[in-house]
Design a protein around this ligand. Structure first.
Ligand code: URA
Length: 267
């Protein structure tokens, strides 16, 4: 077997394994997993394995993603993911950021909190939800029994958009793999999406927050409750009551899904 054929064989096996694991996305610059398999199958004369350039464009985070979570010798995949995110330059936000805000909290939490993107204070400190919205988030979590350190808190975007503008579709697309991986590795029993961007990104929909609230959704098989973003609540007091209703639903769904009793509700 030639060196080239051996690489072709190895890569084809790797892609088949990914597909079997249900990992249908592979982050290449110029083609999808399916297109790459197609090219690898095609005879060299038709542009098959001769397209080595595509092969070497498989990036490091994607390669790591192929290793099952508990694979022996896989090392600490959460720390690897964090390191990948901290070094990320996949979108323009890398240029203006002070820090990458990967997320924080209990990496084995049963509750995952997802917000939109770091703001000024988060960008400065490298921690999510530490500004005024974060203070309110802590209170909202406490209202349903959770301390901040008992949940995992992250954002759709890991870098601050300039002047806190709304995330742009290609930024969300570039960052989504990190979020998916965080969900996979934390493996929470329930997710709370705070605000429209978190909800729309997790649920892959354009529906408004108003349409998404009040129902339980799913992301990667995990129940998702959608509610107002704490920053929006700071501006709109009239949304406090409906948010409280959402939080009660979240706690019920968390309990029903077998989430561990948070410290705040003990004794
Ligand atoms: N708003 C968010 O969505 N996330 C943060 O981390 C801070 C403010």
């Amino acid at each position: 077997m030639t060196e080239r054929a051996r690489w072709r064989e190895l890569l084809a096996r790797y892609l088949r394994q990914r597909a079997e694991l249900g990992q249908r996305e592979l982050y290449l610059e110029s083609c999808t997993n399916a297109e790459l398999l197609e090219r690898l199958r095609a005879p060299a004369a038709a542009g098959g394995v001769a397209r080595e350039a595509d092969v070497i464009r498989v990036d490091a985070p994607a390669v790591r993603e192929a290793v099952p979570v508990d694979a022996p010798g896989s090392g600490d995949r959460f720390d690897e993911l964090r390191a990948d995110a901290l070094a990320c330059t996949l979108c323009r936000l890398a240029e203006g950021r002070t820090t990458v805000v990967f997320g924080e909290g209990d990496r084995h939490a049963d509750l995952l909190v997802v917000g939109e993107a770091p703001g000024y204070e988060e960008d400065r400190q490298g921690r999510p939800f530490v500004g005024p919205a974060g203070k309110l988030l802590d209170k909202m979590l406490a209202a349903i029994g959770f301390r901040r350190d008992e949940v995992f808190i992250c954002n759709v975007l890991k870098c601050r958009p300039p002047q806190n503008r709304d995330p742009v579709a290609d930024e969300v697309a570039a960052c989504r793999p990190y979020l998916r991986k965080q969900v996979e590795l934390v493996a929470p029993k329930a997710i709370c999406a705070f605000g429209r961007f978190a909800a729309q990104t997790l649920l892959a929909t354009d529906l408004s927050l108003g349409r998404l609230r009040g129902a339980t959704h799913e992301f990667m098989g995990i129940p998702v409750v959608v509610t107002y973003h704490p920053a929006a609540l700071l501006r709109n007091q009239q949304w406090k009551r409906p948010t409280w209703e959402d939080l009660k639903v979240l706690r019920r769904i968390y309990d029903e899904a077998g989430g561990r009793a948070p410290g705040g509700s003990r004794g």
